[in-house]
Design a binder for this molecule. Structure first.
Ligand code: NAD
Length: 486
């Protein structure tokens, strides 16, 4: 195929103990380009034996490579060199990831920058890290000794894969853990740039390992492995439940970043142009395949009809196109299976009586691949499936509300609690609502921007535990206390 980007490997291999290796048994799986749904390469399909090899390499490196005991400044220098390597290859990472996932190239470029920033941030954090110490009545000194937990198992999803992989790799490595990463099977390509970056940066062999493969095979073997004491997972809530059950016997440390159905509450006194921009960005950027997507827009009834009309008009102007085109705002969904799932949600919403304002079908100019028009449903009620289930695509449900109490009730009428957005120029009301909406993260008159020191994660069915800033370091380390008699 002519449009395959330069340098794409003929086989995407594992990376174990510093070597690019196929599966021991030779198993592979096909990788599709979502713009055409043709197989463009194959990837190694990791089995339990491959996971065993990777965990053994990571355990040996934890013991012997010096990584776990390295001074923080020295480890931070390595992390900064990884960031340099990512920045130097930003174009290739974005090109590969856009090709492999269907995300618009201009948006993926930003994700590659965020990935580099994740490494720089955790490099800075460990250099300024402090530990608790207490002197008790001149007779006792109580102080914390922080130790990396060992081999961390990192399991990641296919939406913005490179950035999300970096969000786990950077703090795990900064903490002194060694890692086995199991990337999502629908998006294995962009992570292939990391081995050479890590080698150039001076990461000892075995500290960083990748095992590709199917979740129920490679992922499951990693979850159950007795020498992996800590697992960080990002993915669907249903998968998270399976992983928690399977990790229980090993009493593993778990961080679970799961799904969402986040409300975007728009009051009549809001800056409506900004709120509209945000509503569009929140559900149509990154193809709507965004865990924090504002996929339920709740609008005050006094502005409802006008807002729905403007949202529909803006959605119609949103440019659907080939992922590699710079003008594209909405590319194609990751995989035909996911495309069918999203279309299924559209059909169900129609059948259940939600009002289709615009979209809901493939754009006429894109006859193949997983392309869907930006889709707006209005008059969606809590009884509709679209109000409750995560679609993970460019489909938004709009619902009117009459007063603040109803807005809060609707916002909280979901099993999820990942993100929320509130738009109002009445700051007192904004803070009041922020206090009552059940979500791990809330943006007031803003979206998307966050300081990496803050907690990231959901509540309710959207997650267990929080990452971000020192919380990530806490997750990957044991804190032991010494009570010394002086
Ligand atoms: P998924 O749960 O299908 O897969 C995620 C990863 O888990 C993949 O690597 C997969 O191979 C692996 N996996 C699947 N079954 C497994 C098993 N039994 N044991 C071990 N590993 C297994 O999720 P997805 O479809 O790749 O990603 C989309 C989901 O991720 C959405 O629900 C989205 O909201 C969520 N997400 C959440 C966040 C967050 O920070 N909260 C961020 C991004 C995505």
């Amino acid at each position: 195929m002519s449009n395959v980007p330069d340098g794409v490997p003929e086989l995407i291999t594992h990376y174990i103990g510093g070597e690019l290796v196929p599966s021991a048994g030779g198993q592979t799986f096909g990788v599709l380009e979502p713009a055409t749904n043709t197989e463009y390469t194959r990837a190694a399909a990791g089995q339990a034996a491959d996971v065993d090899r990777a965990v053994a390499a990571a355990a040996a490196a934890f013991r012997d490579s010096g990584w776990a005991d390295m001074r923080n400044r020295a480890r931070a220098n390595v992390l900064n060199r990884i960031a340099d390597g990512i920045e130097a290859r930003g174009e290739r990472i974005a090109q590969w990831e856009s090709f492999d996932t269907g995300l618009p190239i201009a948006q993926v470029e930003q994700q590659a920058k965020r990935a580099a920033e994740n490494f720089r941030f955790f490099a800075d954090l460990i250099v300024v890290q402090t530990e608790e110490a207490y002197r008790v009545a001149d007779v006792q000194l109580n102080y914390v000794v922080r130790k990396p937990k060992g081999v961390a198992g990192l399991i990641t999803p296919w939406n913005t894969p490179f950035m999300l992989e970096s969000w786990k790799l950077a703090p795990a490595l900064a903490s002194g853990c060694t890692v086995v990463l199991k990337p999502a099977e629908w998006s294995p390509l962009s992570v292939s740039v990391l081995p050479e970056i890590f080698e150039e940066a001076g990461v000892p062999a075995g500290v960083f390992n990748i095992v590709h493969g199917i979740g129920e095979e490679a992922g499951d073997a990693l979850v159950r492995h007795p020498d992996v004491p800590v697992l960080s997972f990002t993915g669907e809530t249903t998968t998270g439940k399976v992983i928690m059950r399977n990790a229980a016997d090993g009493l593993k440390g778990l961080s679970m970043e799961l799904g969402g159905k986040s409300p975007n509450i728009i009051f009549a006194d809001a800056d409506l142009d900004a709120a509209l921009d945000s509503a569009i960005f929140g559900v149509f950027s990154l193809n709507g395949e965004r865990c924090t997507a504002g996929s339920r827009v709740l609008v005050h009834r006094s502005i409802y009809d006008d807002f729905v009309r403007r949202l529909g008009e803006r959605a119609e102007r949103f440019q659907v196109g080939l992922p590699a085109d710079r003008g594209t705002e909405l590319g194609c969904l990751i995989h035909p299976e996911h495309f069918e799932k999203v279309i299924g949600h559209v059909e169900k919403a129609k059948a259940e009586g939600a009002r289709l304002v615009t979209g809901g079908k493939r754009p006429a100019h894109l006859p193949e691949g997983n392309f869907l028009e930006p889709t707006v449903f209005a008059d969606v009620t809590p009884e509709h499936t679209l109000f409750r289930e995560e679609v993970f695509g460019p489909v938004v449900a709009v619902t009117p509300f009459d007063d603040e109490a109803e807005a809060i009730r609707l916002a909280n009428d979901t099993k999820y609690g990942l993100a929320a957005y509130v738009w109002t120029n009445d700051l007192k009301r904004g803070l009041r609502v922020a206090n009552q909406v059940e979500s791990g993260m809330l943006w007031l008159n803003s979206h998307n921007i966050r300081d990496l020191r803050t907690p990231f994660g959901g509540i309710k069915a959207s997650g267990v535990g929080h990452e971000g800033g020192t919380r990530s370091i806490d997750f990957y380390t044991d804190q032991r206390i010494v009570h010394a008699w002086i």
